[in-house]
Design a protein around this ligand. Structure first.
Ligand code: ADP
Ligand code: MG
Length: 281
């Protein structure tokens, strides 16, 4: 086949029973499938070859990057299969739905939940940095929750736009509302673009609304580029000054002023973690 690199197998239907569709992306359909051997559920991302016929390089990159990442909060790629018409990526099945739908359903999360989420996410950013990987599309839809019991145990998915630090282009990418302003200023950029997107997510979870809004993607992009974030919004009045301060540091318009994951993990907000049972969520 086209993807003649090592570790790509044929005959997925011999090993997996396909059940329902659990998601759709621009180039893919994701199914829940059961492994015939161990009876466990997996999420299988099916990419029709015709959709990538012109350029398989992005998919080869996605596979290469996913294979080297091993972290409890990053979706794991177990196997890759190929048939005449499709490529199949066999991943962990993360069954609690995405953060986008969860925040709409709950309106907003408790500060304590967001704090736990943030701490885990900063560890993920630190791990990606150590591995020289930029995700470039961190957003609510690409964060899946592990269960319905809490709002902070998650796995990061969709490395379709990810790049390796060593050879990444200066291509602008991501989703309006989450894009680091240096990208929109056409400046060279690096690992810190993901930190900005995470800052936007944390603001959204605390406030119950996104900081950059507009009726069209164009308007959202303009606000995103200007990067004026309102921290005295009514929606944030219940949030501690420490929480607000960290979000400010994560969403600095200039990457040089934006806090690093290591420094953020030492922020005051985390030194005041409530003890178990001290507060209800
Ligand atoms: P694309 O690169 O085409 O955007 P994604 O990897 O984002 O594809 O997957 C599309 C959708 O499928 C996701 O938004 C999500 O709803 C669902 N999905 C993807 N991976 C998983 C997974 N590991 N577990 C559960 N659902 C998933
Ligand atoms: Mg996606």
């Amino acid at each position: 086949g086209h993807l003649s690199s090592a570790g790509i197998m044929t005959g997925i239907k011999d090993s997996f029973t396909f059940a329902k569709v659990i998601g759709k992306g621009a180039f893919s359909t994701v199914y829940e499938a059961t492994c015939k051997n161990n009876k466990k559920s997996y999420a299988v991302k099916v990419i029709p070859k015709q959709k990538i016929a012109q350029d398989i390089q992005p998919l080869v990159r996605e596979i290469k990057i996913m294979r080297k990442l091993k972290h409890p909060n990053i979706v794991k790629l177990y196997k890759v299969y190929e048939s005449i018409s499709n490529i199949y990526l066999v991943q962990d099945y993360v069954s609690g739905g995405d953060l986008y739908h969860r925040i709409i359903e709950k309106k907003r999360f408790s500060e304590n939940s967001v704090k736990k989420f943030t701490q885990k996410m900063l560890h993920v950013l630190d791990y990606l940095k150590t591995n020289g990987v930029i995700h470039r599309d961190i957003k609510l839809e690409n964060i899946l929750l592990k269960s319905n019991d809490n709002d902070y145990d998650f796995k990061l998915i969709d490395f379709g736009l990810a790049a390796e630090l060593a050879d990444h282009s200066t291509t602008r990418c991501g989703s309006p509302g989450y894009i680091a302003p240096e990208m929109l200023r056409q400046e060279p950029y690096g690992i810190k673009v993901d930190i900005f997107s995470v800052g936007i997510i944390i603001y959204t979870l605390l406030a119950g609304k996104m900081p950059f809004q507009g009726l069209t993607p164009q308007r959202v992009l303009e606000r995103n580029r200007d990067c004026h974030i309102c921290f005295h919004d009514e929606a944030l009045t219940q949030i501690s000054p420490d929480g607000i301060n960290l979000v400010q540091k994560l969403t600095c318009s200039y990457p040089g002023l934006r806090i690093s994951p290591e420094k953020a993990l030492m922020h005051h907000w985390f030194s005041k973690m409530p003890h178990k049972g001290e507060r209800h969520e």
